[in-house]
Design a protein around this ligand. Structure first.
Ligand code: ATR
Length: 273
């Protein structure tokens, strides 16, 4: 029998998840149906429960419901708990298991697809919202030399530092506090680019040979990636690989089979310039 999965969000029309999971299912011979469901803003919980009641096996969850996905879970993973957000649910009888694969997707993309393992690296995360929260634990697990979080509102970066104190040593502050430091990997986890705004970054923040990574995907050279290019960075990437790697984690969690990602990344990559 065909097992049913879906991605929930609002809006959801842009979602690549049905395409990605369809390609994974084809490649691994798994019999699944995967759809996209636009959920009214006030109807997240009832939509999840109705999907489960109809025989659904699991869900991906995207904006703006990742916090609610965490809250509806009976069994959240530790990284979902620390992020306070989940992007994946799995139904097991009455239990609702939740995980957050965004961070591990990012780390896997950097290591496997971009040849940039984080061990020993100086890593700078820009932004202190949900995207950064989701990424911190998987980044820390790779053993970087330093993780710094810079945010427009410095207090939110400091709050992250406190929340993660038992799990990761972070440096936190505003953009001004970066003062002459250089980083090997600079990751944009802000939503500034969506409004074409640029971040107040010195060109010197990028160490020689640095990688600049924007979690946004499919938008070509974002303002942040343009800033990096102007600063002389040649290794720039958007978040398409992160999207597909987190999907692969979800697929493996649901189905017990790990799909190959490379061909799917090639198919979905939009040239940056
Ligand atoms: P997400 O879940 O995508 O991380 P979020 O929790 O709303 O979304 O966080 C958005 C992040 O982008 C925040 O770090 C925000 O900075 P503030 O905490 O100071 O609001 C950051 N951001 C959004 N627009 C920005 C801009 N124009 N310049 C700098 N940072 C910006």
């Amino acid at each position: 029998m065909t097992d049913r999965y879906a991605v929930l969000g609002n809006p959801i029309g842009h979602s690549k998840s049905p395409l990605i999971h369809g390609l994974f299912a084809q490649a691994t011979g798994q019999d699944i149906a995967y759809t996209a469901i636009e959920v009214p803003l006030d109807a997240f919980n009832e939509t999840v429960l109705a999907f489960r009641a109809g025989g659904g096996r699991g869900l991906n969850v995207t904006l703006p419901f990742k916090l609610q996905a965490f809250e509806i879970a009976t069994d959240p993973s530790e990284r979902a708990r620390l992020a306070g957000a989940a992007n994946c649910l799995k139904f097991d009888g009455e239990r609702i298991l939740a995980d957050n694969f965004d961070g591990v997707g990012l780390v896997n993309d950097l290591r496997r697809n971009l040849g940039c393992p984080l061990a020993g690296k100086r890593v700078l995360l820009l932004g202190a919202g949900g995207a950064t929260r989701g990424a911190l634990l998987p980044i820390a697990a790779e053993g970087p030399a330093l993780i710094a979080v810079a945010n427009r509102t410095a207090g939110k970066a400091h709050a992250l530092q406190r929340d993660f104190a038992a799990h990761a040593q972070l440096q936190s502050g505003g953009y001004d506090d970066l003062g002459g430091q250089r980083f090997d990997v600079v990751i944009n986890a802000t939503s500034a680019g969506l409004t074409q705004e640029t971040l107040p970054l010195e060109a010197s923040v990028f160490a020689p040979g640095a990688v600049a990574y924007d979690m946004v995907y499919g938008k070509g050279l974002t303002p942040f990636l343009q800033q990096a290019r102007a600063a002389g960075v040649s290794r720039v990437a958007d978040g398409v690989g992160m999207l597909i790697e987190q999907a692969a984690e979800a697929f493996a969690w649901w189905r017990g089979v790990r799909p190959e990602t490379r061909a799917v990344i090639q198919q979905l990559t939009v040239p940056l310039a």
